[in-house]
Design a protein around this ligand. Structure first.
Ligand code: SAJ
Length: 433
């Protein structure tokens, strides 16, 4: 059988490789010529997909990448894993999903199984894909089979991969559930069928909104600790000793990535169209989004204690990736911290060993910050304050050097806790001073 995968990113490429390993012939469709060419040369642009696996799939003739949408007509099944970002107004940007739906409408034929994987609001599969199939004269549940199956890829996770992570799947009709489940069971160890695509769409949003609201809670606990003069890290670590009924999350300068900051907005947006305003979810998003302000306020106060204004000070931002030990900067709170500091007149530079430089189009700050400055005593001396935003491992960042050489260190991630006390004044995320 021939399986098509639309979108060859951190979700689609691992899935394509698993289908190829399971013996399917796989047509990988992507709009990026660069991605298609490097894949057909047996290389991989995705951290968790070994080039050797791509090369073997290509060599064996099981996998080809293409930018030619017409190749999808050869497929008996198609999985769609295209991005679902937010627009500038923080509303769902469904452009990639709609483009995929239009392509499927043009290429679908009787017998085809179509599975949407992109994280999206409940109702997307039924509202955006089913009409397109019917417009092509194909009855869902008879001529074609339509389902939603959320991705659960955790980039860099050494234990959980596409093959061994249980896969939830909801179909428009029972026949859709059965056919799509049979397809996925050929290459994923455990498929968890649910009775509708809306249920499956909501499962994903529950998983990630659960994370977002719990991070929002511990961020509010950090603000409370700050006002009470309590060490929030001590509270978090001690609470985490509870062996049942508690799950540890840690506060920080905000939340980044392509999932956690976005997914609650997909749910809130959909519910507003049904005249229900989500409250708890929105409040958590507000708290998370306000953490950069909270952090910059602490930097300002620390500089003021040194009789300095933010205006005219040089601030070194330590870490711009959205989470530790990776090079991904999407939605990183570091950019909010940078923007707020610059709005107050600070001169900002950054150091991130995982992001030596970034291209201008990746962020409007790119024009000024394009390169990571070296983490040297000189750089640290020339900074009026250092603010640690990403909790990169000590193997990647010499935090002892930072506290030895910097004047002020605002540590929003508690990564200097294990350094020997030294010259710098270290200000914690939640601290009375
Ligand atoms: N963060 C905190 N405190 C926490 C946890 C995270 O401030 O306790 C911040 C991180 O620094 C980061 C953001 O939140 O800026 C998101 O972090 P994340 O750990 O949720 O990482 P993501 O967004 O890369 O991926 C999450 C992962 N969920 C996990 O269970 C680790 C990943 O497995 C999911 O597949 C992914 O969401 C997804 O696809 O939804």
């Amino acid at each position: 059988a021939v399986v098509g995968v639309v979108g060859l990113g951190y979700v689609g490429l691992p899935l394509a490789v698993e289908f190829a390993k399971a013996g399917f012939t796989v047509v990988g469709y992507d709009i990026s010529t660069r991605v298609v060419e490097l894949l057909n040369q047996g290389e991989s642009h995705i951290q968790d997909v070994a080039a050797a696996d791509v090369a073997e799939a290509v060599r064996s003739g099981r996998f080809t990448a293409t930018t030619d949408e017409g190749r999808l007509r050869e497929c008996d099944a198609i999985s769609i894993a295209v991005p679902t970002p937010l627009s500038k107004t923080r509303d769902p940007d469904m452009a990639y999903v709609l483009a995929a739906g239009d392509a499927i409408q043009r290429q679908a034929h009787p017998g085809m199984v179509i599975v949407l994987e992109s994280t999206t609001y409940p109702g997307t599969t039924r509202e955006l894909f089913q009409p397109r199939m019917e417009a092509a004269g194909l009855t869902v549940g008879e001529d074609v089979f339509l389902a939603f199956s959320p991705e659960r890829v955790d980039p860099g996770n050494p234990t959980w991969h596409t093959k061994n992570t249980p896969k939830v799947l909801g179909g428009v009709t029972p026949a859709c559930v059965e056919t799509a489940t049979a397809l996925y069971e050929a290459c994923i160890e455990r498929v968890v069928p649910v009775s509708s695509p809306e249920a499956a769409e909501l499962v994903k949003l529950l998983e990630n909104t659960f994370r977002a609201v719990n991070i929002g809670l511990v961020n509010e606990i950090a603000i409370i600790c700050d006002k009470l003069g309590v060490d929030v890290w001590e509270v978090i670590e001690a609470a985490a000793t509870k062996p049942f009924g508690y799950m540890k999350f840690t506060p920080g300068p905000g939340i980044g990535g392509h999932c956690i900051p976005l997914d609650p907005h997909y749910l809130a947006w959909k519910m507003r169209t049904l005249n229900y305003k989500t409250r708890f979810i929105d409040l958590a998003s507000e708290i998370n989004a306000a953490m950069p302000d909270f952090v910059v306020e602490k930097v300002a106060r620390a500089l003021n204690d040194d009789r300095k204004a933010v205006n005219g000070s040089r601030v070194l931002v330590l870490g711009i990736a959205y989470k530790k030990d990776i090079d991904d900067m999407r939605e990183s709170p570091a950019f909010d911290v940078i923007r707020l500091l610059e709005q107050r007149g600070a001169e900002v530079v950054y150091h991130d060993p995982f992001v030596p430089h970034f291209r201008e189009h990746e962020h409007e700050a790119g024009s000024r910050l394009r390169h990571s400055v070296p983490l040297t005593a000189d750089e640290l001396h020339s900074a009026d304050a250092v603010v640690i935003v990403t909790d990169h491992s000590p193997a990647a960042v010499d935090y002892q050097l930072v506290v030895d050489e910097a004047k002020i260190v605002v540590d929003t991630r508690n990564v200097t806790a294990k350094t020997r006390k030294s010259g710098a004044r270290v200000v914690a995320l939640a601290s009375h001073d």
